[in-house]
Write a protein that binds this ligand. Structure first.
Ligand SMILES: [Zn+2]
Length: 408
């Protein structure tokens, strides 16, 4: 029986659920992790197993990209333009470029699929094992079969008008249970529609990603009914006073509307305060940070230290190529490292793995190296390995994506 077990050995092994260990071994059989520990102990437990050495490598779980929009991959030129003057300037440009590209729908579909496919291929090469893709066209859903990892595709609904909400919820009654559905954001989606979508997600047991407090204008709209987002909605004829104004922030709004629980994934959370971080922690809601996209759009930085103080381990997401010049979770980690110099690199690596797996409801299969989980294991060959655990993890964050990476 042991002949079916393979033991991978590496000078460093980072299970995430335990501290980095020296001379690690991981026993794998039939795609599942059987045992993890010091190589000598693992070897002792599986004496007949074949041993594969990975000299100079650090073994770690595959990364999780908890938020992107593959269907915007053909708009990569946007994030190479000078930063927009405001969030809504970017939104307007995005919508205009999207419409321009869709003039010939057949060629547009092909272009989008090709661009998204290239993105997914690059994600896998960078060590990404699972991606949460948000779409309001469904264009990239058929790419799951081409991705050597898990691709969770969410149909995202938008609509501030009550009658649109009714029509959408009615149509979803005949949708297959396998179709994952979610709402875009509180400023674009009627609360009745959000509650219906959340109730459906709850019934089906899947996560509910929602853009949350991404820009200051979102909070301003909620509090005053005014600001650049109001102007944007007015211009497009979408504003119909259906957003109930509140004295609070966006997380509080989600909580009051019954939208916040352990399967809600609040994406961005840039403009939240301490009371809202408490709400997120109490609900065990998940948070996904997208520092690359936030940085390009110039909309601020999520309060990572506050979230960590409240015991929240955020996930990381690249968002799309339309707001991020590079879709790399390693770069997202480096951006956070630069913005939070006192944050240990082990926490960044935990966010990109366990944080993401928990956010997507996949933490029983992915996110850590421990017995019973999928053997989705990444080997990173550091160019100049350090001798301490802290130093190794620092190098991993700084070199990851630039040093040789391979899947076991
Ligand atoms: Zn997004």
């Amino acid at each position: 029986m042991n002949s079916f077990v393979v033991v991978h050995r590496a000078p460093w092994l980072l299970p995430i659920c335990h501290p980095l260990m020296e001379d690690g071994g991981i026993a794998v059989s039939k795609g599942k992790i059987q045992g993890v520990g010091r190589f000598s102990a693992v070897r002792h437990s599986w004496p007949g197993a074949r041993v594969i050495d990975h000299p100079d490598a650090v073994l770690l779980p595959g990364l999780i990209n908890a938020h992107t929009h593959l269907e915007l991959s053909h708009l990569a030129h946007l994030a190479h333009l000078p930063a927009p003057a405001s969030f809504t300037d970017w939104l307007l440009l995005l919508l205009a470029e999207r419409a321009k590209a869709a003039v010939n729908i057949e060629t547009a579909t092909e272009r989008i699929a090709a661009a998204a496919s290239t993105v997914l291929e690059a994600q896998n090469k960078e060590g990404v094992a699972a991606v949460a893709n948000i779409s309001n066209t469904g264009l990239c859903f058929n790419l799951a079969k081409d991705f050597n990892g898990r691709l969770l595709c969410f149909s995202e609904y938008i609509g501030l008008r009550a009658e649109a909400a009714d029509a959408i919820l009615l149509s979803l009654q005949s949708a297959a249970d396998s179709q994952l559905c979610t709402g875009h954001a509180i400023y674009s989606t009627h609360p009745y529609l959000l509650r219906g979508l959340k109730a459906r997600a709850f019934r089906l047991g899947h996560i509910f990603p929602i853009h949350t407090a991404e820009c200051a204008a979102e909070v301003e709209l909620l509090r005053t009914g005014q600001g650049e987002l109001r102007d944007f909605l007015d211009q497009r004829g979408w504003w119909d006073h259906s957003l109930p104004l509140a004295e609070s922030g966006v997380v509080t709004y989600l909580h009051r509307h019954g939208l916040l629980d352990s399967k809600t994934l609040c994406v961005h959370c840039v403009h939240i305060d301490e009371a809202e971080a408490d709400l997120l922690a109490a609900a065990k809601a998940k948070v996904c940070l997208c520092p690359g996209s936030n940085g390009y759009l110039g909309i601020g930085r999520a309060p990572l230290a506050l979230l960590r103080r409240k015991g929240i381990l955020p996930a990381l997401g690249t968002d799309s190529l339309a707001s991020n010049p590079e879709l790399s979770l390693w770069r997202e980690m480096r951006l956070l490292a630069a913005q939070n110099p006192s944050l240990p690199p082990a926490e960044l690596l935990a966010m990109a793995t366990l944080g993401g797996a928990a956010a997507l409801g996949l933490d029983d299969q992915l996110g850590t190296l421990e017995p019973g989980k999928d053997a989705v294991i990444l080997a990173a060959e550091l160019r100049a390995p350090a001798s301490t655990a802290e130093g190794i993890q620092e190098q991993l964050v700084q070199q990851g994506g630039r040093c040789p990476l391979y899947w076991l």
